[in-house]
Design a protein around this ligand. Structure first.
Ligand code: ATP
Length: 433
């Protein structure tokens, strides 16, 4: 693991962002638990996505579909057959890796080389990524289901429900955020590749028309990239990469990945996919339901094409952390965008043994708490508190001191510039908004 990633992993554990899943039992590979700060950060990230996709665009409907679905869904969508990764096994130690992940292979080969061992791999075989579970109370009647491998299908199977209940005019979209599960062969690089993770997706339905496709594919590509940049991601570390035809998933006609430059190379954060009419046609055929759209203006009936934007919540969160992490001369600072930061501000009394300072600071803290996620800190000296807040990305520290009692002003200390200024208490809300 790279040095920077190791530092992030350690910071996340130490400061309550992310813990290894089931840790007291030795963990469960590919699972992670979000602690108090991680949960706030994740919430902020998802809220920002929802605001940018669902709220800021007309004709987008947000849903929350069930994770467990009728197994026929996954047969129809092609996942039981083609949602595979190529698996190879080391003949020496039986370790399994993905044959299309050269770094993993190389790393493993080097490990054996250091021990003077020659290594040989088995031929690649297809390994299905769907995670199976058993449902039902009576053992003999248990039936196999899949934990959803992507959140997408929950949207397409509700296409008819949305048409019938919301009467949308094409083009329109259905958006969703939720958990997905994949039996990844080699989970790793912290949360980057997990077996349980969250996705945030939009399925945008359009007329099956090349001009419409061109317009909307470009629109969503641009809007999604702008979202990352608007949250402060370094523009030199994020780019688009068009997938080669052999990389394309079974449902895709064209795909562009938004990639971020991590310490372990350029890695996918989100895909903008042309899914054509693949999903709706397959579900129409397999369910026997009519999943076409009737256009009241042109009186035409057709199966819409779909443009999908599919991002990983956990990956975006990790990439924002990597992007925000800075080591300065005598401090570590997470320069997270204020919209993402777990706490918007920290409130301190200058001295914790002065009741008049403590009660004034508490008063400010209690009033801010109603509107913002803020934190109280009275441990150690003021310098230590600043550095402690810098490390978790709190954009502003508010200190109540003796002058506060005289003139109703507080000291505001900015995380990035470390500059301090005095403002009146009634201006704090404006500053945090
Ligand atoms: P990869 O090539 O990295 O396996 P993918 O192309 O299979 O990813 P998609 O099926 O397009 O990924 O899923 C959309 C998004 O979901 C990805 O861009 C990524 O952010 C996220 N994602 C996919 N698999 C994982 C995983 N195992 N762990 C965390 N996030 C994931």
């Amino acid at each position: 693991m790279s040095d920077k990633l190791e530092k992030i992993v350690s910071l996340c554990k130490r400061r309550g962002f992310i813990f290894p899943g089931s840790e007291i039992y030795g963990g469960l590979r590919g699972t992670w638990d979000y602690g108090p700060l991680g949960a706030e950060l994740k919430h902020n990230l998802k809220q920002s996505w929802w605001d940018s996709v669902v709220k800021s665009n007309e004709n987008i409907f947000g849903i929350q579909a069930a994770i467990l679905m009728n197994p026929k869904v996954w047969q129809s969508s092609g996942h039981t057959e083609t949602f595979n990764d190529p698996l190879i096994e080391c003949k020496v130690c039986h370790e399994r890796v993905r044959s299309d992940q050269n770094e993993e292979k190389k790393h493993h080969e080097e490990w054996h080389k250091k021990r003077n061992e020659n290594i040989d791999w088995t031929e690649p075989k297809k390994f299905n990524l769907l995670v199976e579970a058993k449902l039902g109370v009576v053992e003999s009647e248990k039936s196999s289901v899949y934990l959803r491998g992507e959140i997408t299908q929950g949207v397409h199977v509700n296409f008819k429900n949305i048409i019938d209940s919301m009467h949308p005019k094409i083009p329109f979209g259905i958006a969703q955020i939720g958990k997905a599960f994949r039996n990844e062969i080699t989970p790793g690089n912290f949360t980057y590749r997990s077996r349980e993770f969250e996705q945030m997706e939009l399925q945008w339905y359009i007329k099956p028309d090349q001009q419409e496709w061109k317009r909307w594919f470009g629109y969503w590509k641009e809007l999604r990239m702008k979202w990352y940049l608007s949250l402060g991601m370094d523009k030199d570390r994020i780019h688009f990469r068009k997938q080669d035809s052999e990389e394309l998933a079974h449902y895709a006609r064209e795909a562009w990945d938004i990639e971020y430059e991590t310490p372990f190379g350029w890695r996918e954060c989100e895909g903008i996919h042309d899914r054509s009419d693949w999903d709706l046609s397959r579900h129409s055929k397999f369910s026997g339901q009519d999943l076409s759209y009737f256009d009241p203006e042109t009186k035409e009936r057709f199966i819409p094409w779909v443009i999908e934007t599919s991002g990983g919540v956990d990956r975006a969160l990790l990439f924002f952390l990597l992007d925000a992490y800075c080591e300065e001369e005598d401090r570590v600072v997470l320069k997270l965008h204020p919209k993402l930061a777990p706490y918007k501000a920290a409130v301190f009394p200058l001295l914790k043994n002065k009741p008049e300072l403590v009660s004034k600071a508490k008063e400010i803290y209690d009033s801010l708490r109603k509107e913002f996620s803020v934190v109280w800190d009275d441990r150690g000296n003021i310098g230590k508190r600043y550095y402690s807040q810098d490390e978790i990305g709190t954009p502003v520290c508010i200190t109540v001191d003796f002058q506060t009692l005289e003139d109703g002003t507080v000291t505001i200390r900015d995380r990035d510039s470390m500059e301090q200024k005095r403002i009146i208490i009634s201006d704090i809300n404006g500053l945090l908004n």
